[in-house]
Write a protein that binds this ligand. Sequence first.
Ligand code: AMP
Ligand code: ZN
Length: 114
Amino acid sequence: MSDCIFCKIINKEIPSQIVYEDDEIIAFKDVNPQSPVHILVIPKEHIESLNDINSNHSDLIGNIFITIKNIAEELGIDEEGYRVVNNCGEFGGQTVSHIHFHILGGRKFSWPPG
Ligand code: AMP
Ligand code: ZN
């Protein structure tokens, strides 16, 4: 998707602070962090939102969550805990239409989120 900002990050057309990359996944620092650690984990495939995943994406989604766990370990937030967020669609607060998972750590969060 030529007009997708996250596809541009994947293609290195715009800069980002990448913390992990493999054939199908890339993770980078959120440009507007909401916590001391704020990482976005995305598939390289342009999938618009959680509404667009299907059984063909089972391995991909599983690998994304394993990657999330590994990044949390590497950044040292696994013991104290962290939050993983997917915002889906307008009411979910999604602003970038390329599926992404936020890793938020380094501070304590409350529930419900409001
Ligand atoms: P969401 O509201 O769930 O769609 O989250 C989109 C996130 O992307 C926000 O937290 C933004 O701060 C982040 N973001 C937007 N543009 C960039 C960028 N160029 N590099 C890193 N993060 C970005
Ligand atoms: Zn995209």
